[in-house]
Design a protein around this ligand. Structure first.
Ligand code: FAD
Ligand code: 2HG
Ligand code: ZN
Length: 477
């Protein structure tokens, strides 16, 4: 029974608004919507709702707001923090955006497109390319995550160094508010200083302030010249120095700079078919870096080769392989993008998605790794990620043969040490994956009290009845 209405009345209402086919209640059909990608959470729901228009989303929210039914928006359900999974009260609905998947328009001259929330990210990249434009957001989950989910988590990914987080790619949003009103800032303007920037509040809000139904997004000129290398660096400090060297040498054309430890290469080779050792020898740390430019004439391969030779002379690296063709480049990227999947297959992983000022990364890794080595003998450290953005996935995997339950039981203790260390370096305990349900206590612990107070005030202003994704990001009052 939902707070203000019986389950029977609620379901009848949903069926009237959406049609029976868009109201899912069969447990076999709803099961995938009720658990998260990492299988950390499992919830129950009155129903999974699949509206097919903004009008239907609006009607649904007005109904839920009036009856106190919690609404959990869900995109591709690839999130890492349990944000799209309902709780187990049975008083919430999952609102899937999958049917709102129309590219409303693409304007090549304005370098922009307007896409509905349920559009799969990879499809939007393809649409942009078909219009001879580039949509730079790129993540390992791009074949299944939705742009509405990317916006709601303010996703990062592989090209942030050059193009910024999702937030920086947004011109406007269409949002259905908790009470059903539609807020449309779907303009395609690059300049608009008319008052508070309300759209920004919904980006990264993880569905706690409203439902994003469409977005006006920036496009860019397509990269025409690309140079990619897999480099064996002499440690994290050398990787940071190499980044600076490449930025300077290339006139800031570095678009990706990913740190990969050997243990991660090994995991992908063991668990993902078709992945091969990228260099002849084995080294403890690698960097996958890419330079790109919209000018065909830019001789980036030569630029990268020269810079890497200088870096080798300077003692930063031991070996490097430049991608000779698109197939080789794709193989480097496939290795990198397969790391999360390989880790999942390997076994339990305690994940820490942290960000630090780049120059502090080497000392952080040194200190955190030393603590893990001394205190968690069952662990293998798999620290990798978007070092060009100061973002490391400081993941602690269970060693083969370790008792998985005993290992996972130490998650809170390990997280406390890692996050306290991150905080002491002035870092963030959620760089790109958000807070969801997983890190509600972490946000409460590390965010300054004034920031939390303002966040709660914003939540009350947008969602006074607390129906939007209850218990996510902020503790339910
Ligand atoms: P979901 O998981 O469905 O939802 C995420 C949150 O957004 C939830 O709180 C949900 O309620 C809310 N939400 C979803 N849609 C809407 C909407 N329309 N309106 C309001 N709220 C909504 N993340 C990165 O940042 N960088 C990476 O490099 C990266 N790589 C990944 C690689 C793999 C293999 C996987 C599995 C995940 C990766 N992720 C990465 C995490 C994840 O893919 C992103 O967080 C992504 O943006 C989530 O999109 P989604 O559509 O799956 O959202
Ligand atoms: C990535 O960068 C994702 O591949 C996933 O953000 C990170 O699995 C992880 O910890
Ligand atoms: Zn990442």
């Amino acid at each position: 029974m939902a707070a203000g209405v019986t389950t029977k009345v609620a379901l009848a209402g949903f069926r009237r608004m959406l049609g029976a086919d868009a109201v899912l209640t069969d447990p076999e059909v709803t099961a995938p919507y009720l658990t998260d990608h990492r299988k950390l959470y499992e919830g129950t729901a009155l129903a999974v709702l699949r509206p097919g228009s903004v009008g239907e989303v609006s009607e649904l929210l007005a109904f839920c707001n009036g009856t106190g039914i919690g609404v959990v928006p869900q995109g591709g359900n690839t999130g890492y923090c349990g944000g799209a999974t309902p709780d187990d009260s049975g008083r919430q609905v999952v609102l899937s955006l999958a049917r709102l998947a129309r590219l409303r328009r693409i304007d090549a001259a304005n370098y922009s497109m307007v896409a509905e929330a349920g559009c799969i990210l990879a499809n939007l990249q393809r649409e942009a390319e078909a219009a001879d434009r580039f949509f730079p957001l790129s993540l390992g989950s791009e074949g299944s995550c939705q742009i509405g989910g990317n916006l709601s988590t303010n996703a990062g990914g592989l090209n942030v160094l050059r193009y910024g987080m999702t937030r920086e790619l947004v011109l406007g949003l269409e949002v259905v508010l908790a009470d059903g009103r539609v807020l449309s800032t779907l303009g395609e303007l690059r300049k608009d200083n008319t008052g508070y920037d309300l759209k920004s509040l919904f980006i990264g809000a993880e569905g706690t302030l409203g439902v994003i139904t469409a977005a006006s997004l920036k496009l860019l000129p397509r990269p025409r010249a690309i140079a990619t290398a897999f480099v064996a660096v002499r440690g994290v400090a050398a990787a940071v120095d190499l980044l600076g060297l490449l930025r300077e040498a290339s006139g800031d054309r570095v678009s990706s700079f990913e740190l990969i430890p050997h243990v991660a290469v090994d995991l992908t080779i063991r668990h993902v078919p078709g992945i091969a050792q990228p260099l002849a020898g084995e080294y403890p740390w690698y960097v996958l870096c890419e330079l790109s430019s919209a000018r065909t004439a830019d001789a980036l391969d030569g630029m990268l080769e020269d810079a890497l030779r200088d870096a080798m002379d300077g003692g930063l690296l031991d070996d490097a392989a430049l991608a000779q063709n698109e197939r080789q480049r794709a193989a480097f990227w496939r290795l990198r993008e397969s790391i999360p999947e390989a880790q999942r297959i390997e076994g339990p992983s305690l994940k820490h998605d942290v960000a630090l000022p780049i120059g502090k990364l080497p000392r952080f890794v040194e200190e955190a790794a030393a603590w893990i080595a001394a205190h968690v003998p069952d662990a293998v450290l798999v620290a990798y990620g978007h070092v060009g953005d100061g973002n490391l996935h400081f993941n602690v995997n269970a060693r083969a043969g370790a008792d998985p339950l005993r290992f996972v039981a130490r998650a809170d203790e390990v997280q406390r040490v890692v996050h306290d260390l991150v905080a002491s370096f002035g870092g963030s305990v959620s760089a790109e994956h958000g807070i969801g349900r997983l890190k509600v206590d972490e946000l409460a612990r590390y965010a300054p009290p004034v920031e939390l107070e303002l966040m709660r005030a914003v939540k009350r202003a947008f969602d006074p009845n607390g129906i939007m994704n209850p218990g996510k990001v902020l503790k339910t009052q």
